[in-house]
Write a protein that binds this ligand. Structure first.
Ligand code: ATP
Length: 347
């Protein structure tokens, strides 16, 4: 059992605030992903939970006990980093066994534990090899096995897939999800990759400049982004966001006239590429084609609306020339509305 509570946790270096007022309870066995661009405070938050960094404000509790003053080794958490930090002179077996030795675990149990952990990450046949004789993906799996072997209550993972190529990233991602479920541990996972976040998480925390922007399930974050930052960060492609003016129940920007239920004034309107569709003519957006991208299963059409690039997914057979006019149907029920200044969601 490992519930983690962050109570108004903050990190300051002098006058610079790395993490501001982070307040969240992470449930036992939950898979929580911290997501955000470089420098938003994800790693610092995780290092504070691990005890590698002091919180300058607030309290961190594991299973109801304040751990702010506990050494990392006394927190029952295991970390996996993007750099695997394996011992080059030890073979795979010894690398995986190392945490058991350090922690003074009964040597009679080592062999069974090492073999079970290595089997979980499918390294049984590589136990005699040195790290230099392994691929990047295999090294990362040794690092995972080394965390698993300790049987911790909490896994902390900092961009563990970032050194792998695209294909290995997908298979290792699935393996991490499966392991976390099988081992029934609480997992906190840091990434700047929104696809990783969406596929792995029970809940996602989106951060920007040290401040939590939204906490929710992947579906909640995708379907109801709390502000334009989250809307523009989640999804591939990210949500189309256009600045314009509402008057008399119609949102207007260059090339766009979209009926909305909103009061008069400046506003940011968003919709997702897959929610709009091509119209024969007389759609709510009509503009010359800026680019066409063939994705295999679909064709992505982009136009310029005001200053923004707006994309709509069309059938894979759609073909046209750049510069040809195209019209999109954008019904009001697919639109997301945000305040012009703050970017906060309306409704
Ligand atoms: P990345 O994805 O690039 O690793 P991140 O979201 O994990 O980014 P952090 O490493 O948590 O970001 O850093 C958050 C902010 O705190 C950054 O602006 C960073 O420069 C700053 N920071 C980190 N460590 C220190 C330190 N020891 N002293 C001063 N500022 C620091």
């Amino acid at each position: 059992m490992a519930e983690i509570q962050l109570r108004n946790v903050g990190k300051r270096w002098g006058s610079f605030v790395g993490v501001h007022n982070f307040d969240l309870t992470i449930a036992d066995r939950e898979f929580l992903v911290l997501l955000g661009p470089s420098g938003c405070g994800k790693t610092t938050t995780m290092r504070m939970i691990a005890g590698l960094e002091d919180a300058t404000e607030g309290n961190i509790l594991i299973d109801g006990k304040v751990v702010n003053d506990l050494e990392p080794k006394d927190r029952d958490v295991a970390m996996v980093f993007q750099s695997y930090a394996l011992y080059p002179n030890m073979n795979v077996y010894e690398n995986i066994r190392f945490p058991l030795k350090v922690r003074g675990i009964d040597p009679d149990t080592h062999d069974e534990k090492v073999r079970r952990a290595s089997a979980m990450v499918e390294l049984d046949d590589f136990l005699h090899r040195k790290p230099a004789e392994l691929s990047g993906g295999q090294r990362q799996r040794v690092a995972l096995a080394r965390a698993i072997v300790r049987e911790p209550n909490v896994f902390l993972m900092d961009e563990p897939l970032s050194n792998l190529d695209a294909k290995l990233r997908v298979s290792t991602r699935a393996q991490i999800k499966n392991l976390s479920h099988e081992l029934a541990v609480t997992t906190i996972y840091v990434t700047h990759d929104q696809i990783e976040a969406m596929t792995l998480a029970d809940r996602v925390v989106v951060m920007k400049q040290g401040v939590v922007q939204q906490v929710g399930s992947p579906t909640e974050i995708y379907d109801r982004p709390a502000n334009t930052f989250v809307a523009g960060f989640i999804g591939s492609p990210a949500m189309n966001l256009m600045e314009g003016e509402v008057s008399g129940g119609v949102f207007r920007a260059d090339h766009a006239e979209i009926p909305v239920d909103a009061p008069d004034g400046p506003m940011t309107l968003g919709f997702r590429a897959e929610d709009a569709s091509l119209a024969d003519a007389g759609g709510q957006i009509t503009a010359p084609i800026y680019t066409l991208e063939l994705l295999g299963d679909a064709t992505m059409i982009s136009v310029r609306v005001g200053g923004a690039l707006v994309s709509v997914k069309a059938d894979k057979t759609f073909r046209a020339e750049i510069g040809e006019p195209v019209s999109f149907s954008v019904p009001k029920d697919i639109c997301h509305l945000f305040e012009a200044g703050s970017g906060a969601r309306i409704g």
